[in-house]
Design a protein around this ligand. Sequence first.
Ligand code: IPD
Ligand code: CA
Length: 285
Amino acid sequence: MSRPISQPELQTIHDVIVELAQRAGERIVSAIDKKRPDIQSKLNSVDLVTQSDKDTESLISNELKRTFPKYAFMGEETAEAESVNENGGGIFIVDPIDGTTNFIHGFPYFSISIGFCYHGTPMVGVVYNPVRRDLYSGIRGKGAWKNSMPIMQTAHPLGTLNDSLVILEWGAERANRNFQIKKEMFCAFAERARSVRSLGSAALNLCALAEGVCDVYWEGGVHSWDVCGAWPILLEAGGRILHGNTDSEARVDDRVYLAVRGGPNPAPLVQEIRTVLGHRKLEYD
Ligand code: IPD
Ligand code: CA
């Protein structure tokens, strides 16, 4: 059996990744000031990458591999396969820019997301919006912070969908069964929720739930690097991350998530959303 990881070690990881996310953020912002980013497409014309994504990932991966050689590394731009349980030990899971489309357009809602998973469980995370200089971080069992101030779980109970601000995302697919389901769900949520937002960074969306400024996030198609950094932040703020298709707690690489903010009485809202989803299930390899 492997040894549990200690709180001091988690704290060291936290402090290093916070500093690294800030350093990476300054670089990204200085690249915006200079010129329009050069854009390449990946899977299709809405799945984009820029030189800043690649440069930022290499900065982060070099630093983490040097500082923590015993832990594995997986980053969006260099991952060959998604595997969060590397050697059954610790792994850093990184999205150098979550919200690349926003970055390209100068829409100030993108982030550097660095998570640390131990035996498949996200234990430490940082999400940094370098334009707004909003830095969120969390350590499992210790707490979550925004700009060094503790994020307190809101005492305001979750209500019905009708009382809820819901975040949905279109993701990077445009023509398959999953996209059809998303179209149906956008309409279904728009009819029932107080309102619907689509902001373009899964990591910042989960942090918005952690802060309690939105109530629900539902998305399929994202990867562990989109959610791992924010995961400990939301859970430490009292929120929940469920599998998007079933009633189970989500694992970080499930790719389909239903998350709700902290606060009393989440069960009726989750049940209402399950009813609205009905038989619709998003499927990913
Ligand atoms: C994207 C963002 C977006 C989500 C997409 C992701 P990226 O990440 O998280 O909110 O809808 O599915 O791919 O590509 O900008 O790192
Ligand atoms: Ca990215």
